[in-house]
Write a protein that binds this ligand. Structure first.
Ligand code: GRF
Length: 187
């Protein structure tokens, strides 16, 4: 059995789909959802899917042991970042070298780096008058959005698209590919 932990800070619609994708899977399962936000909607989604969850504060994440202990206790093989907003500490990157996957809502290396998250990305894409955008699924290393790219998918941007409509198109790509690419990575 390969066990996944999902880190998410917000709504968790990607996390929800990943949990659903692996429900009943013979070799892969989601064992834990972790969040830096006590009231993140993703926590209810985890409860609905019967997946245990854990929340933590900044000090605990960067100097404490509870996150590492929980990952060890659950024998986690792969960490998936699905809308997780904090930089992963070096200790966790070392412990899970090449076993942390992130999804970024643009075509890296464009529109990545610190501050490039959520609607900031889609606004920047619109402002740059790009004709396409997409998703990047990549490994996580010590720098924001710089790890090895595993997969990209694209969508066109029309003249009438707004940051909101771009976000919708990108979310559709995320839902279509993220869980499948995680499965591919693990098999
Ligand atoms: C997604 O667009 C993801 O690419 C980004 O954060 C968003 C999370 O959305 N990193 P949700 O919480 O999965 O709905």
């Amino acid at each position: 059995m390969q066990r996944i932990a999902i880190f998410a800070s917000g709504t968790g619609t990607n996390a929800e789909r990943i949990m659903a994708h692996f429900r009943g899977h013979p070799h892969i399962g989601v064992s834990l959802v972790l969040s830096n936000k006590k009231h993140a909607p993703v926590l209810q989604k985890a409860a609905d899917a019967n997946v245990e969850s854990l929340t933590f504060g900044r000090d605990e994440f960067y100097s404490g042991h509870s996150v590492n202990d929980a990952l060890e206790e659950k024998q986690i093989d792969l960490i998936v970042l699905a809308g997780f907003m904090w930089l992963i500490p070096a200790s966790l990157i070392h412990a899970y070298r090449d076993r942390i996957i992130n999804i970024h809502p643009a075509l890296l290396p464009k529109f990545g780096g610190k501050g490039m998250y959520g609607m900031h990305v889609h606004r920047a894409v619109r402002q740059a008058a790009e004709t396409e955008t997409g998703i990047t699924i990549h490994l996580v290393n010590e720098e924001y959005d710089k790890g090895r790219i595993l997969f990209q998918a694209r969508c066109g941007i029309d003249a009438e698209d707004t940051p909101d409509t771009i976000a919708k198109k990108v979310h559709r790509l995320e839902y279509a590919h993220f869980a499948e690419q995680i499965e591919r990575f693990l098999t």
